[in-house]
Design a protein around this ligand. Structure first.
Ligand code: HEC
Length: 75
């Protein structure tokens, strides 16, 4: 389905079905996180990240962290 809910996927696998809208939104949200968090797997790299501001303990700190990174890249 696309954003307005029209089915645009099809499949031939037995028992398989296209993702419904709610599932697609969940997947998109996770992908947003993964643009940064796929690097968690690289411990050495992620240590550099956590060293910037210390380990983020809550959502507020997470927001501040993302904002800091964002502001750095448009400087
Ligand atoms: C723009 C990059 C970016 C995006 C997008 C992002 N994060 Fe993060 N996240 C970070 C950074 C940087 C840290 C800081 C690591 C630290 O210092 O603890 C962090 C830390 C965290 C932590 C604390 C534990 C840890 O691994 O360091 C959690 C939990 C987390 N993020 C969840 C999420 C979730 C869930 C989403 C999607 C809704 C998300 N993040 C999206 C960059 C991002």
């Amino acid at each position: 389905m696309n954003e307005i809910g029209k089915q645009i996927q099809a499949t031939n696998h037995d028992g398989a079905r296209p993702f419904n809208r709610e599932e697609q939104e969940r997947i998109l949200r996770v992908n947003t996180c993964m643009s940064c968090h796929k690097y968690n797997a690289d411990a050495e790299f992620w240590k550099k990240v956590t060293d910037v501001k210390g380990f983020v303990k809550n959502d507020k700190m997470h927001k501040e962290m993302i904002e800091k990174v964002f502001m750095e890249c448009i400087k």
